[in-house]
Design a protein around this ligand. Structure first.
Ligand code: COD
Length: 303
């Protein structure tokens, strides 16, 4: 059972296969330090795409040696994103990572109909949180990509997160669709979607998981809170996956945990033909490294 990033990293290091990733606009020290660590640990080799001079100058500062032919020169962020994605779509790399550019610039390249990584599935962001006070990794979705998903999009968001949980070795993940309360309240539309997701789980319309909702966040993760409220549920208190109702709830929740509760995080976009490793530009190199590790785990699970 993988309960924290330390265990996940040890497991990934046991694998003989060194993955390949492309990185769009890797200009900041934290991204290049994460790339360096991934190289030293034999986890991934990288192809760096962006302004060559800028990459080389920061790489020198962090002590990263770049092998010949591993930089592709592109003058602006949009072309760097497109080229990094194209290399993955052509099979030159297993997944793509975001450097110092906007999330939407990279996602637009991924969604490009000609050279992107689109499938028929909705793309969504899945975060994995290592929270010191919790005895397991917590998967959370979607705090970064889909802005205000409707029910059918929430179904696909849930399926994408189940895929990540399974890649982490959780055979039948427990999914909590969270709201402000655990009772269905017609005045709170989020509770209706959460209840419908739970029913779709019961009926096998969403497979390979136990789903319950609506659940307030405390009832989803804390057995004490569940018991105080007297909630009968196989998911409450033990959720592996938190499905948030919209980008604002998810984004504030994971940033609160990372900035106030010493939580470390990894994140990737799922639903494309390959993982798209996304971390916030303000993330430190450890979190970016964790995201690379997650990208590799998911890419291997995919193939
Ligand atoms: N999955 C699959 N296809 C999609 C998705 C998706 N999640 N989103 C859009 N598409 C397809 C559409 O069907 C359409 O064919 C094409 O892509 C363009 O659709 P638009 O015009 O709605 O999309 P864009 O390009 O304007 O925006 C897509 C983004 C993902 C960039 C947008 O949703 C976005 O900006 N999300 C928020 C990202 C962000 O700022 N996060 C901040 C937190 S770090």
């Amino acid at each position: 059972m993988i309960t924290d990033f330390k265990k996940l990293i040890s497991l990934v290091k046991e694998s003989d296969k060194v993955s390949k990733m492309t990185v769009a606009a890797p200009y900041d020290k934290e991204t290049l330090k994460a790339i360096k660590l991934a190289k030293e640990e034999n986890i991934t080799e990288s192809i760096l795409v962006g302004e060559k001079k800028r990459i080389l100058s920061t790489a020198r500062e962090v002590g990263l040696e770049i092998d010949k032919g591993k930089i592709i020169n592109c003058q602006d962020n949009n072309s760097a994103a497109q080229e990094a994605v194209k290399l993955v779509s052509e099979g030159e790399a297993d997944f793509v990572m975001k450097g110092l550019l906007s999330t939407s610039a990279l996602l637009k390249a991924v969604l490009n109909k000609r050279a992107g990584l689109r499938t028929n599935q909705l793309l969504s962001y899945v975060a994995v949180l290592d929270i010191p006070s919790l005895d397991r990794l917590l998967v959370m979705t979607d705090p970064a990509m889909n802005i205000k998903p409707d029910l059918s999009e929430k179904v696909q968001i849930t399926e994408n997160a189940i895929l990540v949980a399974k890649a982490l070795g959780i055979i039948k993940p427990k999914v909590a669709a969270v709201a402000a309360v655990e009772k269905v309240n017609p005045k709170m539309p989020v509770t209706l979607d959460a209840a419908l997701l739970a029913k779709m789980g019961d009926r096998g319309q969403i497979k390979d998981a136990l789903i319950d909702g609506p659940l307030a966040f405390d009832n989803a993760i804390s057995m004490e809170a569940k018991d105080v409220k007297g909630i009968e549920s196989e998911v409450a208190g033990q959720a592996d996956i938190i499905v948030v109702p919209n980008i604002e709830v998810g984004n504030v929740l994971y940033k609160s945990l990372t900035h106030l509760a010493e939580t470390t995080i990894a994140g990737t976009v799922i639903g494309a033909t390959a993982p798209v490793v996304l971390s916030s530009r303000a993330d430190n190199y450890r979190n970016k490294f964790n995201s690379i590790v997650l990208g590799k785990v998911v890419a291997q699970h995919h193939s």
